[in-house]
Design a protein around this ligand. Structure first.
Ligand SMILES: Cc1cc2nc3c(=O)[nH]c(=O)nc-3n(C[C@H](O)[C@H](O)[C@H](O)COP(=O)(O)OP(=O)(O)OC[C@H]3O[C@@H](n4cnc5c(N)ncnc54)[C@H](O)[C@@H]3O)c2cc1C
Length: 379
């Protein structure tokens, strides 16, 4: 089969790897507008469950991904300067750049062409020359736009502002830090992803953003302002920029997932708020699910229909949980009246996927502390 893929991100490359592994005769070409080293982002988070799926799908890349990644089992919530740790949440992090390098090497090893610095401007021309066309071209997908009458995309830009930074301050665990200032409430989502660096995403509501005057601030001024807000957490380490810009999260959904021999994967197909996990994980799990559909049938349109049938309910569940989590952060201001333990409990249960019983099983000491502080509050 001749397969063209637009986009050499995690979704596109991982799908190419899995298809090529399954059948060496597939002719697969990836078109990527950037060069092999031009990337953005810091760390990528995977759950234990995702890693197990990656191992089953391709042991070679799994072995490299897990060689020197950073693993943790705690979520730390920092509020009013007090840190509450909740254990029993197994996650790991790897640098996004390192992950892309591993996937690039694996593509090369298996004989998949990645055509770097090749921007696709005319989707029809790459469609006509292949049996299967995959749009793995990210959140601003040209493929989705070009076939919008088929995919019926629904995009909604959310009100909060956020920005991705890195820092050399190491956060051992997924750390959610809240700082109340005169401008408003800032939340930071941070975790280490190698021996020297952590991702540090800052999020705030539109009012806080305007009060802080970010519209008129340069990159350097913004970083220095936020380094002050999170001074006690960053402990003197600066925030590192990687072409970092304030953005609004865009929630992407598609009414239909494929059209004839064309399908979307990863961020082009769906997004889920970063507070619940990484888009990278979803992108790679999409690739696994689609490849499994081609294990069942070589008929392209049947495989694509099957993909939608099996994967859409999984994504809808995930997006529903991510939606609750996103809305929690959009309303963070109203939770600031809670004491640190109550805030931590509210955060842990925000997506409705983790409840009291699960928390009690995972970290009985946390639940005991929460219950005794709750009783004290009521006394
Ligand atoms: C600013 C920012 C920073 C982020 N940082 C992180 C992070 O640190 N950690 C994390 O886990 N997630 C991060 N994410 C989210 C993450 O990038 C995605 O969820 C994940 O990469 C999805 O994978 P994907 O393969 O679907 O899309 P992408 O990784 O976006 O890959 C799409 C690829 O398609 C290429 N492309 C697009 N259009 C064309 C075209 N017309 N022709 C050729 N090539 C094209 C792009 O150059 C890109 O390489 C970040 C997102 C943003 C917006």
């Amino acid at each position: 089969m001749k397969i063209n893929i637009i986009g050499g991100g995690p979704a596109g490359m991982y799908f190419a790897i899995l298809m090529k592994r399954a059948r060496g005769a597939h002719e697969i070409t990836i078109y990527e507008r950037n060069g092999p080293d031009d990337t953005f982002g810091w760390g990528v988070v995977f759950s234990g469950k995702t890693l197990a799926a990656l191992r089953q799908a391709d042991e070679a890349s799994h072995a490299e991904i897990t060689r020197d990644f950073e693993a943790w089992d705690n979520v730390d919530v920092v509020h009013r300067g007090q840190k509450i740790s909740i254990h029993g949440n197994s996650f790991s992090g790897i640098a996004r750049l390192r992950l892309l390098k591993i996937l690039q090497r694996r593509c090369e090893e298996l004989g998949t062409r990645v055509n770097f610095r090749r921007e696709v401007a005319d989707v029809e021309s790459v469609k006509s020359e292949c049996d299967l066309l995959i749009g793995a071209d990210g959140v601003n997908s040209l493929m989705r736009e070009s076939f919008k009458q088929h995919f019926q995309p629904h995009l909604s830009s959310r009100p909060n502002k956020y920005i991705w930074y890195g820092t050399n301050q190491l956060f051992h665990g997924l750390t959610l830090t809240f700082r109340e200032t005169l401008a408003g409430v800032f939340a930071a989502h941070s975790y280490k992803f190698d021996k020297t660096a952590s991702t540090f995403i800052v999020e705030c509501d539109q009012q806080t953003w305007s009060n802080a005057g970010f519209a008129g601030k340069s990159d350097e001024e913004t970083r220095s302002y936020l380094a002050d807000v999170f001074g006690p957490d960053l402990k003197g380490h600066p925030l590192l920029s990687n072409n970092s810009k304030w953005i609004n999260f865009v929630l992407v959904k598609n009414g239909r997932w494929s059209s004839e021999n064309v399908a979307l994967l990863g961020d082009a197909l769906h997004t889920a708020h970063f507070s619940i996990g990484s888009g990278t994980k979803l992108a790679m799990e999409d690739a696994i699910a689609l490849k499994q559909c081609f294990d069942e049938t070589a008929d392209v349109s049947m495989a694509l229909r099957r993909f939608e049938e099996v994967r859409k309910p999984v994504i809808e569940d995930y997006q529903a949980a991510a939606y609750e989590s996103m809305v929690w952060f959009e309303n963070a201001r109203q939770y600031m009246r809670l004491d640190p333990l109550a805030l931590a409990y509210s955060l842990m249960t925000r997506s409705k996927r983790i409840d009291y019983e699960t928390l009690k099983r995972r970290d009985p000491a946390f639940i005991a502390a929460y219950e005794s502080s709750d009783l004290k509050g009521k006394a």
